[in-house]
Ligand binder design. Structure first.
Ligand SMILES: [Zn+2]
Length: 113
């Protein structure tokens, strides 16, 4: 990973997300896919509304928002995501629950999460 390019890192992240989704199933959750890639235009728009940051990792294809369900109930809080977030961090990811964005799973890049 020492000389990993951004493109290679994006692919490593995609495989990590696949594992995350499978792991969620093993824990008895179902997921649906939320936002993954975000255009610079959308990132700027959200940043103006204080709903995101302009240099979002979504724009670098290094973040995804997952919707979590159990027994048909949409689990929306950061705490709901903690079992998955803790596991995600163990495999090297950065979890948005550390900054009150529990459904956000990313791979840190240039100091951003
Ligand atoms: Zn996100």
């Amino acid at each position: 990973m020492a000389n990993e390019t951004l493109r290679e890192k994006q692919s490593r992240f995609a495989v990590m997300v696949a594992r995350l989704i499978l792991h969620a199933g093993e824990l008895g959750y179902e997921v649906t896919l939320g936002e993954a890639w975000r255009s610079e235009y959308e990132a700027t728009r959200l940043a103006k509304q204080k709903l995101g940051i302009k240099r979002s990792l979504h724009s670098d294809r290094l973040a995804i928002d997952l919707n979590l369900f159990r027994d048909g109930v949409w689990l929306k809080t950061t705490e709901d995501h903690r079992p998955l977030g803790d596991w995600w961090e163990q495999i090297g990811g950065a979890w948005g629950g550390r900054f009150n964005d529990g459904n956000h799973y990313s791979l840190a890049h240039e100091g951003r999460k």
